[in-house]
Design a binder for this molecule. Sequence first.
Ligand code: PLP
Length: 384
Amino acid sequence: MSEQQIVKIPAFSLKRQNLELRAALRECFLNVVDQSQFILGNHVSALEKKIAAWCGVNHGVGVGNGSDALYLALQALGITPGDEVITTPFTFFATAGAISRVGAKPVFVDIEKTTWNMNPMKLKAAITKGTKAIIPVHLYGCPANMSEIMLVASTHDLKVVEDSAQALGAKFKEMSVGSWGDAGCVSFFPTKVLGAFGDGGMVVTNDSELASRISRLRLHGSRIKYHHDEIGSNSRLDELQAAILHLKSEYSEQWTERRRSIADLYGRLFGEYANQLGIRLPVEPAGTYHVYHQYTIAIAYRDRLHQYLTDCGIGSAIYYPVPLHLQPVYSSLGYSHGDFPEAEAASRQVLSLPMFPELTDEEVNVVVAAVVRGCKESLIGMDN
Ligand SMILES: Cc1ncc(COP(=O)(O)O)c(C=O)c1O
């Protein structure tokens, strides 16, 4: 076996972090077991307060996962069948899925080439009489241009639900993502910047009526036990997950800073190679605080590089290979190839490199060296 094949660097791993936190996690588990209050106990309410404060808003409502956070936020804002909700085609399916689940129609606008986030300049043309809301996504941890998006929303009296699933702690112009719109939706999926040991999510908002409606909707529309005012869901954040998240949240700032320094190191190591090899590096627009949920590059010969890294034992991932307007389930929306050129190019070119706080500088060096080697080999392969 060659030296290259021995190197094993995962795209993401929790093993080192969990080992470090082992004793504290054990205590945390046992604490919940001893209290034996598994649904909506004091850990959930403590976490709701903590995340809300962190996002700079007054309320947090813990729900089953990030997908339900989006769905419940739309439902609580009164989005119903026949309405249109504008979002980006370059995101995880849950963003558009939530729109469809409330019976509304997803309407896509193309993304910016550099940030891969919704292009606010494209919004106006997509607004119709049926438009009720916009869902910007802070993809990979990079804040969308919230001041421009909020300007369009307020001009046209539209609700804004931020999909902050990948960007807890990120800021746009000093304000946390999730605090710009009517609601922000967080995912605690294990790979996220703050991850549970299973599914979890939260809606953050300054709107107390919205928060209490979501609190009811997560309990089958019930304010008082066994009395139901409307149809809701069973979508609560588990007490055990909340306890783990609360413990892990103590490290969030330090972990985010480490992600940022890894991103900085990647950028410095790629340096001149980026231009020479046609690698587009992630950007951090002025006035934003990127949390680098992913360190994503774009490259024309992405699939060759992806395969090369896999052969070297280096993990990398494609988020996302098919833009949402081209997903079979949305064929009825009537979109076709070429409708959103930037989203389509991104889905052919993006590649996320290893990124997690416990990744060492040495490993980052190994990854960059392999990417550079892989690019050179790919380019030679294309000449032949
Ligand atoms: C952009 C985006 N939105 C929504 C979600 C849904 O979150 P969850 O997996 O917690 O349901 C995710 C999770 O992957 C996501 O990345």
